[in-house]
Design a protein around this ligand. Structure first.
Ligand code: ADP
Length: 446
Protein backbone atom coordinates (compact mmCIF):
# COMPACT_ATOMS: atom_id res chain seq x y z
CA UNK A 1 0.00 0.00 0.00
CA UNK A 2 2.77 2.38 0.85
CA UNK A 3 4.24 2.01 -2.60
CA UNK A 4 0.97 2.98 -4.18
CA UNK A 5 0.82 6.03 -1.94
CA UNK A 6 4.22 6.98 -3.11
CA UNK A 7 2.90 7.07 -6.62
CA UNK A 8 -0.20 9.03 -5.78
CA UNK A 9 1.19 11.72 -3.56
CA UNK A 10 4.86 11.82 -3.56
CA UNK A 11 6.08 12.67 -6.97
CA UNK A 12 4.09 15.87 -7.51
CA UNK A 13 5.40 17.32 -4.28
CA UNK A 14 8.81 15.92 -3.73
CA UNK A 15 10.48 15.08 -7.00
CA UNK A 16 12.60 18.17 -6.93
CA UNK A 17 13.96 17.46 -3.48
CA UNK A 18 14.89 13.90 -4.26
CA UNK A 19 17.15 15.07 -7.12
CA UNK A 20 19.59 15.88 -4.33
CA UNK A 21 20.32 12.24 -3.70
CA UNK A 22 19.87 10.74 -7.13
CA UNK A 23 17.18 8.12 -6.57
CA UNK A 24 14.55 9.95 -8.52
CA UNK A 25 14.63 8.09 -11.83
CA UNK A 26 14.09 4.74 -10.17
CA UNK A 27 11.44 6.31 -8.02
CA UNK A 28 9.49 7.76 -10.94
CA UNK A 29 9.54 4.44 -12.70
CA UNK A 30 8.29 2.74 -9.58
CA UNK A 31 5.52 5.30 -9.20
CA UNK A 32 4.35 4.78 -12.77
CA UNK A 33 4.31 1.03 -12.33
CA UNK A 34 2.30 1.43 -9.16
CA UNK A 35 -0.35 3.49 -10.87
CA UNK A 36 -1.08 0.71 -13.30
CA UNK A 37 -1.67 -1.85 -10.56
CA UNK A 38 -4.91 -2.42 -8.66
CA UNK A 39 -4.66 -1.05 -5.16
CA UNK A 40 -3.72 -3.80 -2.78
CA UNK A 41 -2.79 -2.90 0.76
CA UNK A 42 -0.11 -4.64 2.79
CA UNK A 43 -2.64 -7.01 4.30
CA UNK A 44 -3.25 -8.36 0.79
CA UNK A 45 -6.78 -7.01 0.43
CA UNK A 46 -8.06 -4.84 -2.37
CA UNK A 47 -8.54 -1.38 -1.00
CA UNK A 48 -11.69 0.72 -0.61
CA UNK A 49 -11.31 4.40 -0.10
CA UNK A 50 -13.09 5.96 2.83
CA UNK A 51 -13.04 8.72 5.39
CA UNK A 52 -11.33 7.53 8.54
CA UNK A 53 -11.68 9.08 11.97
CA UNK A 54 -8.43 8.78 13.91
CA UNK A 55 -8.71 9.01 17.68
CA UNK A 56 -5.89 9.45 20.18
CA UNK A 57 -7.45 9.37 23.61
CA UNK A 58 -5.68 10.39 26.84
CA UNK A 59 -7.04 10.39 30.37
CA UNK A 60 -8.48 13.91 30.12
CA UNK A 61 -7.87 14.79 26.48
CA UNK A 62 -8.72 13.49 23.04
CA UNK A 63 -7.10 14.37 19.72
CA UNK A 64 -8.88 13.58 16.48
CA UNK A 65 -8.42 13.83 12.73
CA UNK A 66 -10.71 12.92 9.87
CA UNK A 67 -8.61 11.66 6.96
CA UNK A 68 -9.69 10.97 3.40
CA UNK A 69 -7.89 7.75 2.54
CA UNK A 70 -7.89 8.44 -1.18
CA UNK A 71 -6.21 11.84 -1.12
CA UNK A 72 -4.66 11.24 2.31
CA UNK A 73 -5.68 14.76 3.22
CA UNK A 74 -6.76 15.72 6.71
CA UNK A 75 -10.33 17.01 6.30
CA UNK A 76 -10.63 18.27 9.86
CA UNK A 77 -8.82 17.96 13.13
CA UNK A 78 -9.11 19.02 16.71
CA UNK A 79 -8.72 18.42 20.36
CA UNK A 80 -10.93 18.00 23.43
CA UNK A 81 -9.25 19.12 26.64
CA UNK A 82 -10.07 18.86 30.34
CA UNK A 83 -12.60 16.07 29.82
CA UNK A 84 -14.39 15.45 33.12
CA UNK A 85 -12.76 18.54 34.61
CA UNK A 86 -14.16 22.03 34.94
CA UNK A 87 -13.44 24.33 32.00
CA UNK A 88 -13.43 21.63 29.30
CA UNK A 89 -13.12 22.82 25.72
CA UNK A 90 -13.08 21.58 22.16
CA UNK A 91 -10.88 22.95 19.42
CA UNK A 92 -12.01 22.20 15.87
CA UNK A 93 -10.33 23.10 12.60
CA UNK A 94 -11.80 22.09 9.24
CA UNK A 95 -9.37 21.92 6.31
CA UNK A 96 -8.79 25.42 4.99
CA UNK A 97 -11.19 26.92 7.55
CA UNK A 98 -10.93 28.89 10.75
CA UNK A 99 -9.90 27.13 13.93
CA UNK A 100 -12.63 27.48 16.57
CA UNK A 101 -12.30 26.91 20.29
CA UNK A 102 -15.45 26.36 22.35
CA UNK A 103 -15.68 26.02 26.10
CA UNK A 104 -18.40 23.50 26.84
CA UNK A 105 -19.04 20.94 29.57
CA UNK A 106 -17.75 17.41 28.84
CA UNK A 107 -18.56 15.11 31.71
CA UNK A 108 -16.85 12.10 30.13
CA UNK A 109 -15.26 10.76 26.94
CA UNK A 110 -18.59 9.71 25.42
CA UNK A 111 -19.70 13.31 25.69
CA UNK A 112 -16.40 14.46 24.15
CA UNK A 113 -16.77 12.11 21.19
CA UNK A 114 -20.40 13.16 20.76
CA UNK A 115 -19.18 16.76 20.43
CA UNK A 116 -16.48 15.70 17.95
CA UNK A 117 -19.08 13.95 15.78
CA UNK A 118 -21.36 16.97 16.04
CA UNK A 119 -18.54 19.26 14.91
CA UNK A 120 -17.70 16.99 11.97
CA UNK A 121 -21.34 16.94 10.80
CA UNK A 122 -22.18 20.57 11.65
CA UNK A 123 -24.16 22.15 8.79
CA UNK A 124 -21.95 25.24 8.58
CA UNK A 125 -18.43 24.07 9.43
CA UNK A 126 -18.67 20.28 9.26
CA UNK A 127 -16.86 18.23 6.62
CA UNK A 128 -19.32 15.32 6.27
CA UNK A 129 -23.11 15.35 5.83
CA UNK A 130 -23.75 12.47 8.19
CA UNK A 131 -21.91 9.83 10.19
CA UNK A 132 -22.46 7.18 7.51
CA UNK A 133 -19.73 8.95 5.55
CA UNK A 134 -17.18 7.87 8.14
CA UNK A 135 -16.12 4.41 7.01
CA UNK A 136 -13.99 3.41 9.98
CA UNK A 137 -12.35 4.62 13.17
CA UNK A 138 -8.66 4.06 13.94
CA UNK A 139 -7.67 4.20 17.60
CA UNK A 140 -4.17 4.75 18.87
CA UNK A 141 -3.49 2.28 21.68
CA UNK A 142 -0.28 2.77 23.64
CA UNK A 143 0.52 -0.74 24.87
CA UNK A 144 -0.21 -3.98 23.07
CA UNK A 145 2.21 -6.06 25.17
CA UNK A 146 3.33 -9.24 23.42
CA UNK A 147 -0.20 -9.93 22.28
CA UNK A 148 -0.27 -7.47 19.41
CA UNK A 149 2.45 -7.39 16.81
CA UNK A 150 0.06 -5.78 14.29
CA UNK A 151 -3.00 -3.59 14.16
CA UNK A 152 -6.32 -5.40 14.65
CA UNK A 153 -10.03 -4.93 14.09
CA UNK A 154 -11.57 -4.32 17.48
CA UNK A 155 -14.04 -6.86 18.84
CA UNK A 156 -14.92 -8.08 22.33
CA UNK A 157 -11.90 -10.37 22.54
CA UNK A 158 -9.49 -7.66 21.43
CA UNK A 159 -10.92 -5.32 24.05
CA UNK A 160 -10.28 -7.95 26.70
CA UNK A 161 -6.73 -8.48 25.49
CA UNK A 162 -6.03 -4.72 25.54
CA UNK A 163 -7.41 -4.58 29.06
CA UNK A 164 -4.98 -7.30 30.05
CA UNK A 165 -2.16 -4.96 28.99
CA UNK A 166 -3.40 -2.23 31.37
CA UNK A 167 -0.84 -3.25 33.98
CA UNK A 168 1.94 -2.38 31.56
CA UNK A 169 0.61 1.12 30.80
CA UNK A 170 -1.66 2.08 33.69
CA UNK A 171 -1.86 5.74 32.67
CA UNK A 172 -2.49 5.23 28.97
CA UNK A 173 -4.30 2.00 28.12
CA UNK A 174 -7.37 2.57 30.32
CA UNK A 175 -7.83 5.97 28.64
CA UNK A 176 -7.48 4.41 25.19
CA UNK A 177 -10.13 1.82 26.11
CA UNK A 178 -12.51 4.51 27.34
CA UNK A 179 -12.16 6.23 23.95
CA UNK A 180 -12.83 3.00 22.07
CA UNK A 181 -15.89 2.18 24.15
CA UNK A 182 -17.27 5.70 23.78
CA UNK A 183 -16.93 5.46 19.99
CA UNK A 184 -18.51 2.02 19.88
CA UNK A 185 -21.48 3.39 21.80
CA UNK A 186 -22.03 6.28 19.40
CA UNK A 187 -21.10 4.50 16.15
CA UNK A 188 -22.09 0.87 16.78
CA UNK A 189 -22.06 -0.12 13.10
CA UNK A 190 -18.71 1.46 12.21
CA UNK A 191 -15.67 -0.84 12.13
CA UNK A 192 -12.87 0.15 14.50
CA UNK A 193 -9.19 -0.70 14.42
CA UNK A 194 -6.59 -0.56 17.21
CA UNK A 195 -3.11 0.58 16.19
CA UNK A 196 -0.49 -0.06 18.87
CA UNK A 197 2.54 2.08 19.74
CA UNK A 198 4.42 -1.08 20.65
CA UNK A 199 3.52 -3.31 17.68
CA UNK A 200 6.30 -2.29 15.27
CA UNK A 201 8.93 -3.22 17.87
CA UNK A 202 7.65 -6.75 18.38
CA UNK A 203 10.17 -8.03 15.81
CA UNK A 204 13.08 -7.30 18.19
CA UNK A 205 15.10 -10.42 18.95
CA UNK A 206 15.24 -11.74 22.48
CA UNK A 207 18.76 -10.42 23.11
CA UNK A 208 17.49 -6.90 22.38
CA UNK A 209 14.34 -7.03 24.48
CA UNK A 210 15.48 -8.89 27.59
CA UNK A 211 16.83 -7.08 30.63
CA UNK A 212 19.61 -8.47 32.82
CA UNK A 213 17.10 -9.41 35.50
CA UNK A 214 15.96 -12.74 36.93
CA UNK A 215 14.31 -14.46 33.96
CA UNK A 216 11.25 -15.26 36.07
CA UNK A 217 10.24 -11.57 35.90
CA UNK A 218 9.94 -11.96 32.17
CA UNK A 219 8.25 -15.36 32.49
CA UNK A 220 5.80 -14.26 35.19
CA UNK A 221 5.15 -10.60 34.45
CA UNK A 222 6.47 -10.07 30.92
CA UNK A 223 9.00 -7.53 32.15
CA UNK A 224 10.98 -6.72 28.99
CA UNK A 225 11.70 -3.94 26.53
CA UNK A 226 8.64 -3.08 24.41
CA UNK A 227 9.44 0.31 22.94
CA UNK A 228 7.00 3.06 21.94
CA UNK A 229 6.43 5.57 19.11
CA UNK A 230 6.23 2.44 16.90
CA UNK A 231 3.75 3.99 14.47
CA UNK A 232 6.15 6.87 13.93
CA UNK A 233 9.28 4.70 13.60
CA UNK A 234 7.48 2.50 11.08
CA UNK A 235 6.07 5.40 9.05
CA UNK A 236 9.33 7.34 8.98
CA UNK A 237 11.59 4.41 8.09
CA UNK A 238 9.29 3.30 5.25
CA UNK A 239 8.97 6.84 4.00
CA UNK A 240 12.76 7.25 3.97
CA UNK A 241 13.10 4.21 1.71
CA UNK A 242 10.32 5.55 -0.54
CA UNK A 243 11.87 8.98 -0.83
CA UNK A 244 15.26 7.47 -1.62
CA UNK A 245 13.66 5.16 -4.20
CA UNK A 246 15.20 2.13 -2.50
CA UNK A 247 13.73 -1.13 -1.26
CA UNK A 248 12.82 -0.93 2.43
CA UNK A 249 14.00 -4.52 2.84
CA UNK A 250 17.51 -3.61 1.66
CA UNK A 251 18.24 -0.80 4.11
CA UNK A 252 19.68 -0.36 7.58
CA UNK A 253 17.88 2.66 9.03
CA UNK A 254 18.17 4.46 12.37
CA UNK A 255 15.18 6.64 13.25
CA UNK A 256 15.63 9.38 15.86
CA UNK A 257 12.14 10.43 17.01
CA UNK A 258 12.97 13.54 19.02
CA UNK A 259 9.91 15.23 20.53
CA UNK A 260 8.98 15.84 24.15
CA UNK A 261 9.16 12.09 24.39
CA UNK A 262 12.12 10.79 22.42
CA UNK A 263 13.29 7.41 21.18
CA UNK A 264 15.67 5.88 18.67
CA UNK A 265 15.10 2.68 16.75
CA UNK A 266 17.18 0.40 14.55
CA UNK A 267 15.32 -0.90 11.51
CA UNK A 268 17.18 -3.57 9.58
CA UNK A 269 15.77 -4.94 6.33
CA UNK A 270 12.31 -3.58 7.16
CA UNK A 271 12.17 -4.94 10.71
CA UNK A 272 12.77 -3.22 14.01
CA UNK A 273 15.73 -4.88 15.74
CA UNK A 274 16.15 -2.54 18.70
CA UNK A 275 14.67 0.57 20.26
CA UNK A 276 15.60 2.81 23.15
CA UNK A 277 12.38 2.95 25.19
CA UNK A 278 11.72 -0.02 27.41
CA UNK A 279 8.99 -1.52 29.55
CA UNK A 280 7.81 2.08 29.85
CA UNK A 281 8.57 5.29 27.90
CA UNK A 282 10.93 6.41 30.67
CA UNK A 283 13.94 4.47 29.39
CA UNK A 284 16.42 5.47 26.72
CA UNK A 285 17.18 8.99 25.56
CA UNK A 286 17.23 12.06 27.75
CA UNK A 287 13.86 13.68 26.94
CA UNK A 288 12.02 16.93 27.61
CA UNK A 289 11.28 16.10 31.23
CA UNK A 290 12.11 12.36 31.45
CA UNK A 291 15.51 11.20 32.60
CA UNK A 292 15.97 8.32 30.15
CA UNK A 293 18.69 5.82 31.16
CA UNK A 294 20.13 6.24 34.64
CA UNK A 295 21.90 3.98 37.10
CA UNK A 296 18.92 2.34 38.88
CA UNK A 297 20.76 2.69 42.20
CA UNK A 298 20.21 6.47 41.95
CA UNK A 299 16.59 5.85 42.93
CA UNK A 300 17.63 4.53 46.34
CA UNK A 301 20.40 7.10 46.73
CA UNK A 302 18.09 10.10 46.19
CA UNK A 303 15.30 8.52 48.23
CA UNK A 304 17.67 8.38 51.22
CA UNK A 305 19.20 11.80 50.68
CA UNK A 306 15.87 13.59 50.24
CA UNK A 307 13.53 11.37 52.26
CA UNK A 308 11.36 10.62 49.24
CA UNK A 309 9.26 7.57 48.45
CA UNK A 310 9.12 5.63 45.16
CA UNK A 311 6.16 7.60 43.78
CA UNK A 312 7.89 10.89 44.45
CA UNK A 313 11.10 9.72 42.81
CA UNK A 314 9.19 8.40 39.79
CA UNK A 315 7.49 11.77 39.48
CA UNK A 316 10.91 13.45 39.45
CA UNK A 317 12.23 11.03 36.83
CA UNK A 318 9.19 11.55 34.61
CA UNK A 319 8.39 15.23 35.06
CA UNK A 320 11.38 17.11 36.45
CA UNK A 321 14.36 15.53 34.75
CA UNK A 322 15.51 15.41 31.13
CA UNK A 323 16.63 18.67 29.55
CA UNK A 324 14.35 20.54 31.97
CA UNK A 325 16.28 19.19 34.94
CA UNK A 326 19.65 19.40 33.20
CA UNK A 327 19.08 23.05 32.29
CA UNK A 328 18.40 23.79 35.96
CA UNK A 329 14.73 24.36 35.09
CA UNK A 330 15.38 26.77 32.23
CA UNK A 331 13.02 24.88 29.90
CA UNK A 332 11.97 21.52 28.49
CA UNK A 333 11.26 23.22 25.17
CA UNK A 334 14.04 23.01 22.61
CA UNK A 335 13.09 26.38 21.13
CA UNK A 336 14.08 27.97 24.44
CA UNK A 337 17.17 25.81 24.73
CA UNK A 338 18.36 26.62 21.21
CA UNK A 339 17.84 30.33 21.89
CA UNK A 340 19.72 29.96 25.20
CA UNK A 341 22.53 28.10 23.47
CA UNK A 342 22.87 30.91 20.92
CA UNK A 343 23.15 33.57 23.61
CA UNK A 344 25.70 31.49 25.54
CA UNK A 345 23.48 30.53 28.48
CA UNK A 346 25.41 27.84 30.35
CA UNK A 347 22.27 25.99 31.46
CA UNK A 348 21.06 25.70 27.88
CA UNK A 349 24.52 24.70 26.62
CA UNK A 350 24.78 21.93 29.24
CA UNK A 351 21.34 20.54 28.42
CA UNK A 352 21.82 20.69 24.65
CA UNK A 353 25.27 19.09 24.74
CA UNK A 354 24.24 16.27 27.05
CA UNK A 355 21.09 15.57 25.01
CA UNK A 356 22.92 15.48 21.67
CA UNK A 357 25.79 13.35 22.99
CA UNK A 358 23.23 10.87 24.31
CA UNK A 359 21.44 10.60 20.94
CA UNK A 360 24.79 10.15 19.18
CA UNK A 361 25.69 7.33 21.58
CA UNK A 362 22.49 5.49 20.66
CA UNK A 363 23.19 5.96 16.97
CA UNK A 364 26.60 4.38 17.55
CA UNK A 365 25.07 1.49 19.49
CA UNK A 366 22.49 0.79 16.79
CA UNK A 367 25.10 1.01 14.05
CA UNK A 368 26.80 -1.82 15.93
CA UNK A 369 23.49 -3.72 16.36
CA UNK A 370 22.92 -3.67 12.60
CA UNK A 371 26.60 -3.99 11.61
CA UNK A 372 26.32 -0.71 9.73
CA UNK A 373 23.81 1.98 8.82
CA UNK A 374 22.66 3.40 5.49
CA UNK A 375 20.21 6.09 6.57
CA UNK A 376 19.69 8.12 9.74
CA UNK A 377 16.30 9.86 9.99
CA UNK A 378 15.32 12.73 12.23
CA UNK A 379 11.65 13.24 13.06
CA UNK A 380 9.12 14.75 15.55
CA UNK A 381 9.14 18.28 17.00
CA UNK A 382 12.85 18.67 17.64
CA UNK A 383 14.06 16.25 14.97
CA UNK A 384 12.07 18.08 12.29
CA UNK A 385 12.63 21.64 13.45
CA UNK A 386 15.98 21.73 15.19
CA UNK A 387 18.87 22.22 12.74
CA UNK A 388 21.25 22.96 15.62
CA UNK A 389 20.36 19.72 17.41
CA UNK A 390 20.77 17.75 14.17
CA UNK A 391 24.16 19.24 13.40
CA UNK A 392 25.38 18.82 16.99
CA UNK A 393 24.42 15.12 16.87
CA UNK A 394 26.00 14.62 13.45
CA UNK A 395 29.27 16.16 14.67
CA UNK A 396 29.81 12.95 16.64
CA UNK A 397 29.20 10.79 13.58
CA UNK A 398 32.22 11.63 11.44
CA UNK A 399 33.24 7.95 11.52
CA UNK A 400 30.10 7.22 9.45
CA UNK A 401 31.38 9.56 6.75
CA UNK A 402 28.51 12.00 7.28
CA UNK A 403 28.78 15.32 5.48
CA UNK A 404 25.80 17.55 6.32
CA UNK A 405 24.70 20.16 3.79
CA UNK A 406 24.15 23.26 5.97
CA UNK A 407 21.65 24.77 3.54
CA UNK A 408 19.51 21.62 3.37
CA UNK A 409 19.79 21.21 7.14
CA UNK A 410 18.04 24.57 7.52
CA UNK A 411 14.97 23.61 5.47
CA UNK A 412 11.73 22.71 7.23
CA UNK A 413 8.62 20.63 6.68
CA UNK A 414 9.93 18.50 3.82
CA UNK A 415 10.86 14.84 3.37
CA UNK A 416 14.45 15.52 2.50
CA UNK A 417 18.05 14.26 2.66
CA UNK A 418 20.23 16.85 4.39
CA UNK A 419 23.62 15.35 3.55
CA UNK A 420 25.85 16.16 0.58
CA UNK A 421 25.86 13.68 -2.31
CA UNK A 422 29.30 12.38 -1.28
CA UNK A 423 28.18 11.60 2.29
CA UNK A 424 28.78 7.89 3.00
CA UNK A 425 25.67 7.71 5.21
CA UNK A 426 22.50 9.59 4.27
CA UNK A 427 20.89 11.74 6.95
CA UNK A 428 17.25 12.67 6.36
CA UNK A 429 14.50 14.75 7.89
CA UNK A 430 11.15 12.99 7.55
CA UNK A 431 8.21 14.76 9.24
CA UNK A 432 6.26 12.07 11.06
CA UNK A 433 2.53 11.65 10.55
CA UNK A 434 1.17 9.18 13.06
CA UNK A 435 -2.46 9.99 12.26
CA UNK A 436 -1.98 9.20 8.58
CA UNK A 437 -0.19 5.98 9.48
CA UNK A 438 -3.11 5.00 11.75
CA UNK A 439 -5.60 5.82 8.98
CA UNK A 440 -3.64 3.67 6.50
CA UNK A 441 -3.54 0.73 8.90
CA UNK A 442 -7.26 1.14 9.54
CA UNK A 443 -8.23 1.18 5.86
CA UNK A 444 -5.98 -1.80 5.25
CA UNK A 445 -7.89 -3.91 7.75
CA UNK A 446 -11.58 -3.04 7.32
P1 ADP B 1 5.35 15.25 21.70
O1 ADP B 1 4.47 14.75 20.57
O2 ADP B 1 6.23 14.21 22.31
O3 ADP B 1 4.65 16.10 22.70
P2 ADP B 1 6.52 16.93 19.64
O4 ADP B 1 6.94 15.96 18.62
O5 ADP B 1 5.35 17.80 19.38
O6 ADP B 1 6.41 16.23 21.06
O7 ADP B 1 7.79 17.86 19.94
C1 ADP B 1 7.73 18.89 20.86
C2 ADP B 1 9.10 19.50 20.96
O8 ADP B 1 9.45 19.98 19.66
C3 ADP B 1 9.15 20.67 21.89
O9 ADP B 1 10.05 20.40 22.94
C4 ADP B 1 9.72 21.77 21.08
O10 ADP B 1 10.84 22.24 21.76
C5 ADP B 1 10.22 21.13 19.83
N1 ADP B 1 10.07 22.09 18.73
C6 ADP B 1 8.93 22.44 18.10
N2 ADP B 1 9.20 23.40 17.18
C7 ADP B 1 10.53 23.65 17.26
C8 ADP B 1 11.43 24.53 16.60
N3 ADP B 1 10.97 25.37 15.65
N4 ADP B 1 12.74 24.49 16.91
C9 ADP B 1 13.19 23.64 17.85
N5 ADP B 1 12.40 22.81 18.52
C10 ADP B 1 11.09 22.80 18.24
Amino acid sequence: MLERRAGSRYDEQNTEKSEAFGGVAAFRQQSQNDRAKPNYNNYGKEENYMKVLVINCGSSSLKFQLIDSETEECLAKGLCERIGIEGSMITYAPQGGEKEKTTTPMSDHTEAIRLVLEALTNAATGVVKNLDEIGAVGHRVVHGGEKFAKSVIIDGEVLKAIEECNDLAPLHNPANLIGINACRKLMPETPMVAVFDTAFHQTMPEEAYLYGLPYEYYRNYKVRRYGFHGTSHSYVSKRAAEVLGKRYEDLKIIVCHLGNGASVSAVKNGKCVDTSMGLTPLQGLIMGTRSGDIDPAIVEFIAHKEGKNIDEIMNILNKKSGVLGLSDNLSSDFRDLEAGYDRGDENAIRAMRTFCYNVAKYVGAYTASMNGVDVICFTAGVGENGPLVRSMICEYLGYLGIALDPELNNRRGEDIAITMPESRTTVMVIPTNEELAIARETVALV
